[in-house]
Design a protein around this ligand. Structure first.
Ligand SMILES: [Zn+2]
Length: 275
C-alpha cells in the first residue's frame, strides 16, 4: 500500500534448557542423519543446531563491545504479573523478559526494591564473571564484550533466581535446568537498510540452587554462566555432543573444540537476525 509504513518484522527467540525432556542427544543426532561441517582451525566440528528456526543470529561489529551487566545477586522474582498471580520471570513467559528488564532498569524505584535471590553467595558473581569471560578467547574472531556496572549501559543482563517457576507460580524442582536466556532479534537486512528497531535487553537468569535446594557449586555456576552466554552470543540450539559446553549436559563445563568451531563459523557468517 502506497505510503504505508511496513512494520518491522520482529522475531522473538528464546533459548532454554530442556535437558530433562530430551532423549540421549547423540542418538537423536544420528537418527536425524545430519552431518556436521568442519570448522577449520582447531579441528572441532560445527554443530548445525546453533542456527535458530528463524535463521542465524549474532551480534554485529557496530554493536561491540557488547556490554554485559551482572546483577550482584538480584532477583526479579518479586515482580508479579497481576494477570497470572505469578512472577513475570516464569519460564512460560520468557518472551516478555526483555520488556520486563527494560522496564525495571528504566525505573530506579523498582530497581532499588529488588532483593537478593535466596541461595545466592558472592562466589556466584565471580563464577559468572569467569564463565562469561571464557568467551574472551574469541576476541580475534570479532567477539568483543565487557562487563559493566551500570545496568542502564548494558545489552545483556544477568539476574538470579532461587528456582524457576511456571506460569502458575509452581516451582520447577524436578529438573536440572540451571539457566535461561531470552532475547528479541531483528532482521539484519532491514536494520542495514535504515529501518528503526526498538532493541531490548537480552536477559539471562541463573539459578542459585541445585534441584535438591543446595547452593549451586562454583564450577557448576561457572559452566551455567558460560553456557548461557553462548546462547546470548547467538548459539541458539544445543550441541548434540554431550561433551560440549553447549550441549544440554554442559559438557565438561568449558568451551570445547566443537563449541569453538561453531562460534567461529557463526561469526564469519552474515546474520539473518541481530539481537
Ligand atoms: Zn542451553
Amino acid at each position: 500500500m502506497e505510503g504505508a509504513i511496513a512494520p518491522l518484522m520482529l522475531a522473538l527467540l528464546v533459548s532454554s534448557e530442556i535437558s530433562a525432556l530430551l532423549p540421549n542427544p547423540a542418538s537423536a543426532y544420528r537418527a536425524q542423519g545430519r552431518t556436521a561441517a568442519r570448522g577449520g582451525g582447531g579441528g572441532g566440528a560445527v554443530y548445525p543446531e546453533f542456527r535458530s528456526n528463524y535463521g542465524t543470529i549474532r551480534w554485529i561489529s557496530d554493536q561491540m563491545p557488547i556490554k554485559v551487566y551482572i546483577a550482584p545477586g538480584l532477583t526479579l522474582d518479586s515482580i508479579i504479573d497481576p494477570s497470572l498471580g505469578a512472577p513475570f520471570t516464569n519460564v512460560d513467559g520468557r518472551d516478555r523478559w526483555p520488556d520486563l528488564v527494560a522496564d525495571v532498569i528504566s525505573n530506579p524505584q523498582t530497581f532499588q526494591s529488588l532483593q537478593v535471590a535466596q541461595g545466592y553467595v558472592p562466589e556466584h558473581f565471580q563464577a559468572a564473571v569467569q564463565g562469561i569471560n571464557s568467551w574472551k578467547a574469541f576476541e580475534r574472531d570479532g567477539i568483543r564484550f565487557q562487563i559493566v556496572e551500570d545496568p542502564g549501559d548494558a545489552d545483556i543482563h544477568v539476574f538470579w533466581t532461587n528456582h524457576f517457576v511456571n506460569k502458575l507460580g509452581l516451582g520447577l524442582f524436578q529438573n536440572d535446568i540451571r539457566g535461561y536466556t531470552a532475547k528479541r532479534s531483528f532482521p539484519y537486512k532491514a536494520i542495514m537498510s535504515g529501518k528503526q528497531a526498538q532493541f531490548k535487553p537480552v536477559v539471562t537468569l541463573l539459578r542459585t540452587t541445585e534441584s535438591n535446594g543446595v547452593t549451586m557449586p562454583f564450577m557448576k555456576m561457572k559452566a551455567s554462566a558460560a553456557h548461557e552466554f553462548g546462547h546470548a552470543l547467538g548459539i541458539e540450539g544445543h550441541s548434540p555432543y554431550p561433551s560440549d559446553l553447549m550441549s544440554v549436559y554442559y559438557g565438561r563445563g568449558a568451551i570445547s573444540t566443537n563449541d569453538a568451531a561453531t562460534i567461529r563459523y557463526l561469526y564469519r557468517m552474515t546474520p539473518d537476525l541481530i539481537p
